[in-house]
Design a protein around this ligand. Structure first.
Ligand SMILES: [Zn+2]
Length: 434
């Protein structure tokens, strides 16, 4: 059950944006920000208006070219802040109405380039993301790094004086969500490399803000909130999965930035050493921006996996993840999904939801989906990532004996594990590391 309106007026937003883009005769690059992180180097061009741009990559030497049209002030390169080992230099050239920005790179990385519309306090932005996958491969052998568990915060919807929706036979939503959550936690805790944190462990009320705080406190990789849907008529049936809407997420980013006391929380220890509040705000903004993108991608991908699994055991009310802002779906910094396991207001769904065997099937399908999601996209420091990294793609200059040394295994073990008849390996070959 949820109280907010599910429907978004995206069309209205699109039209507004279109007119604002047209209303600018010309544009200007105001600043360039570079922000490296372990998984990604982000470059942001701050612009006066929505950019008209083209981009392409070139090799030998590696570089990214961005051509902006309808631009004034292109003679001078704007102020650049930040630094990254990936970006050797940024150059620009231009004429009265166009500007070319060239990013000289230290290695070949395929970027993603996209524009972002204004969100207070940001203006128009052109964002270039360089994923750091290649660096992960060349890190020291993962076996010597400690691998952490992936933490799933499980939130059984409602509780205490908040019963949630009530089914035709009189069953309360809060009494369905808890056993499903408990079973899911049990399965997750049996899984090496995963750990469950229960947001609610009994029949008591927890404010929705507190639910998110619990997840944040445990540094959860994902918050899964379990609910049952309800409608005024008995017909609607089936499961659906909800993720935070982009509109709400960007509003929350703005709101969190206004609360200066939250900056230190968001920045961890970093804020302590920054005495300059303008810089602190800038950092908080960047951290939130990165974490919002990560949260939304994670939640959407996890939601898709969950729908895939739920679809095999129950009917789906919506086949695609739905975006909204209700319940726990309010934090841009915690990847969150809300699963409506069925309609408690539908007599058939209600009967199923009450049965322990169906609850077990729901928990199993959620577990399978979450496991698969994190196997496909494990956090870099997790056991899942370590297991995944026990493969090595042979690069130029590498030999079997060198790899054996690097991974601290014998050549014999490497050979037999990969069913090699001799010691020759070829570039691009993928070897499994025993
Ligand atoms: Zn509910």
């Amino acid at each position: 059950m949820k109280n907010n309106n599910k429907f978004l007026s995206c069309a209205g937003l699109t039209i507004l944006w279109f007119f604002s883009a047209l209303s600018y005769a010309s544009n200007q690059v105001q600043s360039i920000r570079i922000w490296p992180s372990p998984d990604n180097t982000r470059v942001v061009l701050d612009l006066a208006a929505a950019p008209q741009y083209k981009s392409f990559s070139l090799n030998d030497p590696d570089r990214l070219v961005i051509d902006l049209s309808n631009i004034t002030g292109s003679a001078t390169l704007p102020a650049i802040s930040g630094d990254s080992s990936l970006i050797k230099a940024i150059r620009s050239s231009g004429d009265d109405s166009s500007m070319r920005i060239v990013l000289d790179l230290t290695r070949n990385v395929k970027p993603t380039v996209f524009a972002l519309t204004p969100t207070a306090p940001y203006g128009h932005r052109l964002v270039i993301d360089f994923p750091e996958q290649q660096r992960i491969e060349s890190r020291p052998p993962p076996s010597i790094r400690a691998a952490r568990d992936i933490v799933i915060a499980i939130d059984a919807g409602h509780g205490g004086e908040d019963p949630g929706s009530i089914g035709p036979s009189g069953i309360y939503e809060k009494n369905l969500t808890l056993p499903i959550a408990n079973r899911l936690a049990e399965l997750i805790n049996k899984e090496p490399g995963m750990r469950a944190v229960m947001v609610r462990t009994g029949d008591y009320f927890i404010h929705v803000n507190r639910r998110t705080e619990v997840a944040r406190g445990h540094q959860a990789d994902l918050l899964v909130s379990i609910h049952a849907d309800a409608f005024t008529s008995p017909q609607p049936k089936g499961a659906s999965v909800w993720v935070l809407s982009l509109r709400r997420a960007t509003t929350e980013v703005g709101r969190m930035l206004e609360q200066t006391e939250r900056h230190s929380e968001l920045l961890g220890g970093v804020a302590e050493i920054i005495r300059d509040s303008a810089n602190e705000r800038y950092l908080a903004q960047t951290v939130l921006d990165l974490s919002m993108n990560h949260s939304m991608v994670t939640a959407y991908q996890a939601a898709n996996q969950v729908l895939g699994e739920l679809g095999t055991i129950t009917s789906l009310h919506q086949a695609k993840p739905q975006a909204a802002s209700f319940g726990v779906l309010k934090s841009p910094d915690i990847p969150s999904i809300l699963v409506e396991v069925g309609f408690i207001s539908n007599p058939n769904d209600e009967r199923q939801l009450k049965s322990a065997s169906h609850q077990a099937r729901l928990a199993q399908s959620l577990h399978r989906a979450l496991k698969r999601h994190f196997q496909l996209a494990p956090p870099a420091d997790s056991l899942f990532a370590q297991q995944r990294a026990r493969e090595h793609k042979v690069q130029a200059g590498e030999s079997l004996s060198l790899l054996a040394q690097r991974y601290d295994v014998s050549v014999d073990a490497l050979r037999s594990h990969n069913q090699l008849s001799n010691d020759s390996i070829r570039i691009g070959q993928v070897l499994r590391i025993p």
